[in-house]
Design a protein around this ligand. Structure first.
Ligand code: SDX
Length: 425
């Protein structure tokens, strides 16, 4: 017997089918609500609205679970790597050795940027916002790529690898451009992360030494950012993709949504917040007082879904000590972060609002330790999130969903007539 919920609307009683997910999540299907009752739902930030069904990532915000295709993030962080997780997200399973080899070869073959493409970089001012450049250059990439994943699965797989690989190269080029450094061509023989670091930090003509502790740390950062179900930027990718816009256009829009300081831009705000305290602007206690007076946010804390620890924050907190020790970096900002966390976790203001550290609270400390400048943090978030955006875009494309077009509750003026200018006040 199919489960239904009954909604009594005025004289009407409307039954709506209940849809149940594999983890027991329940949603009632309101696709016929307006036709049958004249009502729409009202849920401005969509916190109570299931916009889609998805089999990619599951989050249990109360228990602090994060799983990709059913595999807990803790196991993936310990046993997998970014490229394998990217494959898992996009193609729905862990790759065999041959599948992994072919995917890696595709990434290597697609790392370079067209020479004409690089000329576009020359048009940016050196102080251009890295996320503006990233979004622009992802769309520019589609000008050099006639397919952009509008074809069959094979063409999609090629375009997905191309976008993941080129986003990494574009990220490195943005760093070089903003620092007035010559570009370093990708080395197709190097693995994904090592290639990125070499393009970022090597000096042309010299041998760049790749340190395993650094590549491991950055691989973990990318892996932990790879997907996070229907967050703001992923929902943007889906929204844009629902008009049948191509993969590059949809992901370029995702970059813009991620840029916001309440979303992916928070990792930059966290470092600036820690720096204010470190530079003696105020103590951690004083900063938290400002937060409680609602003058500032405690960046890197809070989450729409996690009302417990963000499991990614736990992993990053545990790894930050190890990474900094391995790299031989002692960062006072890490001590400040730990102090802020300890104070907040025993302060009823934060405990009552279920505010815990999220992925952005510790990620910046690690990125800073491996030499990534703060203004590039959100670009690296986007590089890590690209496989998730691609996977979500494909899942929606394969379901052939209708174009997204929400309704509204209109609150403007009721019907009025045009007023000739001489009669206006
Ligand atoms: C990411 O969605 C995802 O999955 C995103 C992400 C992903 O991987 O894609 O996980 C990545 O974006 C993580 C979040 C990064 N953002 C930040 O760290 C910015 C700081 N956090 C807040 O802006 C906030 O917590 C949000 C935006 C993350 C969530 O906001 P919500 O769900 O709208 O929470 P809310 O505004 O309803 O907060 C409830 C209460 C409010 O106080 P009261 O009105 O009840 O008195 O908690 C307060 C808020 O003012 N609050 C905070 C706070 N977060 C919430 N107060 C101070 N500092 C904060 N960080």
């Amino acid at each position: 017997m199919a489960r239904v919920v009954t909604l009594n609307v005025g004289e009407k009683s409307v039954e709506m089918p209940v849809t149940e997910g594999t983890e027991g999540e329940l949603g009632f299907d309101i696709t016929k609500l307006r036709a049958e009752t004249g009502y729409v739902t009202y849920d401005p930030a969509l916190g109570n609205t299931g916009a889609c069904k998805s089999a990619i990532t599951f989050i249990d915000g109360d228990k602090g679970y994060l799983r990709h295709r059913g595999i807990p993030i803790e196991q993936l962080a310990e046993k997998s790597d970014f490229i394998e997780v990217a494959y898992l997200l996009i193609f729905g399973k862990l790759p065999t050795a041959d599948e992994r080899k072919k995917f890696s070869q595709r990434l290597g073959a697609n790392a370079a940027l067209d020479p004409a493409f690089k000329k576009v970089f020359e048009s940016f001012p050196h102080d251009a916002a890295p996320m503006a450049a990233l979004s622009a250059m992802i769309n520019t990439a589609s000008c050099f790529d006639s397919t952009v994943a509008d074809g069959d699965d094979e063409q999609f797989a090629e375009a997905a690898a191309r976008l993941i690989s080129k986003t990494r190269t574009i990220g490195a080029y943005i760093y070089r451009m903003t620092n007035k450094l010559p570009y370093v061509e990708p080395d197709p023989k190097l693995p994904y992360v090592a290639n990125f670091l070499r393009m970022m930090f090597s000096t042309p003509g010299t041998q760049y030494e790749v340190h395993k502790e650094v590549t491991d740390a950055l691989d973990l950062i990318f892996l932990l950012h790879a997907d996070h179900e229907q967050n703001c930027s992923t929902s943007t990718v889906r929204m844009v993709g629902s008009s049948k816009a191509n993969l590059y256009a949809s992901c370029a829009a995702g970059v813009c949504a991620l840029w916001g300081p309440l979303h992916g831009g928070a990792n930059v705000e966290v470092l600036e917040m820690l720096d204010v305290i470190h530079k003696g602007g105020m103590t951690a206690e004083q900063y938290l007082e400002q937060v409680k007076e609602k003058k500032v946010l405690l960046y890197g804390f809070g989450h729409r879904v996690y009302k417990n620890f963000d499991p990614r924050a736990k992993i990053l907190k545990e790894s930050s000590d190890k990474v900094l020790a391995k790299i031989g970096v002692k960062d006072p900002l890490l001590d400040i972060a730990r102090k802020l966390e300890a104070l907040a976790l025993k302060d009823s203001y934060f405990v009552d609002r279920k505010l815990y550290p999220n992925v952005d609270f510790y990620s910046g400390i690690i990125m800073k330790a491996i030499g990534i400048p703060v203004n590039m943090f959100t670009v690296l978030f986007a590089i890590g999130r690209m496989p998730g955006w691609i996977a979500q875009w494909k899942e929606q494309r394969d379901e052939n969903v209708r174009i997204a077009r929400p309704r509204q509750i209109y609150t403007g003026p009721t019907k009025s007539d045009y007023l000739p200018v001489e009669k206006r006040k």
